[in-house]
Ligand binder design. Structure first.
Ligand code: HEC
Length: 154
């Protein structure tokens, strides 16, 4: 057998074997109302932007695409979801202190205004996460309102 065939076969073998690596299931049922949206009036438009552009990595419910079942893609997605949730989880909103909540919302404004979030690779695969200037404005205005309302309460 030619060396190139052996290399291809070995590659396929490894690909086959890594399929057995277990993947995460960030699969809590999606909440009708995410805790983040209960603190301050939130329009459906803003809720939907966050659901479609952020919630896959920043909530307890990920809508997995079909290719999430294939390794090493699963590991790569799991890593983003784990890390994303660690930084900010809209379903853990009620477990954050007021100070943390405020800080996280300030960070949200920053990452959206600087086009750091949603992550570029994610946007390529999810057209609806490709936010228009108007959507960015809507979400940052809402976030600023939320911060103001927290200031008033403290
Ligand atoms: C594909 C997964 C994914 C999506 C979608 C996503 N994020 Fe993230 N997010 C991450 C990861 C991973 C991190 C941590 C690493 C980093 O900062 O790049 C993060 C970090 C953050 C942070 C913390 C930043 C910091 O400076 O520590 C904020 C705030 C944030 N994301 C907000 C958002 C918002 C708002 C959206 C939607 C507009 C969003 N993210 C969409 C994966 C994602």
């Amino acid at each position: 057998m030619r060396t190139s065939y052996k290399v291809i076969l070995a590659g396929l073998g490894v690909f086959g074997l890594i399929q057995f690596i277990p993947r995460n299931h960030n699969n809590d049922p999606e909440l009708e109302k995410h805790p983040l949206f209960t603190d301050y009036p939130t329009s459906h438009t803003v809720e939907n932007i966050i659901r479609f552009a952020c919630a896959d990595c920043h909530s307890n419910h990920t809508e997995y695409p079909w290719y999430a079942k294939i390794q090493p893609v699963s590991m790569w997605i799991d890593h983003h979801v784990d890390e994303g949730k660690e930084h900010f989880n809209i379903d853990a909103w009620n477990t954050y202190s007021r100070k943390q909540q405020k800080h996280k919302i300030e960070e949200c404004i920053e990452v959206i205004e600087e086009d750091e979030m949603p992550m570029k690779g994610y946007v390529k695969m999810h057209e609806r996460a490709n936010l228009t200037a108007l959507q960015k404005k809507e979400i940052t205005l809402w976030a600023k309102g939320l911060i103001d309302s927290m200031g008033r309460r403290n």
